[in-house]
Design a binder for this molecule. Structure first.
Ligand SMILES: [Zn+2]
Ligand SMILES: [Zn+2]
Length: 201
């Protein structure tokens, strides 16, 4: 069997490996993803995710429909596809379109599950310690200076409490009825942390 285009030995269907590579549709390697400019998550299928592995898997699944195998390396911006045990390498062309994810857009719209109120002379120090533990993609937050100290508004009460507990900080909790949505009471959590700054360190 010979390649119908160039007459060399055919290796894949009716083509030699070079002509086979030539006729692969380059559009297969072009993707556009939505990325959240606030938390950095990427919309993959229906979900917003922050890990590159999910992105690579997604593209691999798309490519595997056309080849025997596919491997994608986002950091190298490269895809390797395989047919009849022959590898072909292509550069990926990935475009990102910035758009707030649903969580960040709710935050931007003023929604928050609660806030940490930092009070006392050590408020600034606490802010650093706490926000260094907060993951913006897991629990988006915003920081506001108020007369009494600093408020950190957060999206996830659960994550905020986990962080505060993990740090071993002393805190007081209170819950305020915030609104009722279709008969369901929605509460906002306040975590009050006081640090008067007299540390022996
Ligand atoms: Zn050929
Ligand atoms: Zn986001």
């Amino acid at each position: 069997m010979f390649c119908i285009r160039c007459g060399k030995r055919a290796e894949i269907d009716v083509y030699c490996r070079d002509c086979y590579k030539d006729q692969i549709d380059r559009e297969l390697f072009k993707y556009t993803f939505k990325i959240c400019p606030s938390c950095g998550k990427i919309k993959i299928g229906l979900d917003w995710k922050s890990d590159l592995k999910s992105l690579e898997n997604y593209i691999e699944q798309k490519l595997i429909r056309h080849f025997d195998d596919a491997r994608v390396d986002i950091q190298e911006n490269m895809a390797i596809v395989t047919r009849n045990n022959i590898d072909f390498e292509f550069p990926l062309e990935i475009d990102y379109e910035e758009i707030l994810c649903p969580v960040c857009s709710r935050i931007a719209g003023g929604y928050y599950e609660g806030e940490i109120q930092l009070r006392g002379a050590g408020a600034k120090r606490l802010l650093k310690v706490i926000t260094s533990k907060f993951d913006k993609s897991e629990n988006p937050y915003s920081v506001k200076s108020v007369r009494e100290g600093i408020d950190i508004r957060f999206f996830s009460s659960k994550k905020a409490l986990e962080t505060v507990r993990e740090l071993g900080l002393e805190y007081k909790l209170s819950r305020k009825l915030h609104t009722q949505i279709q008969g369901k009471r929605k509460y906002r959590l306040t975590i009050l942390i006081r640090d008067d700054g007299n540390h022996t360190k």
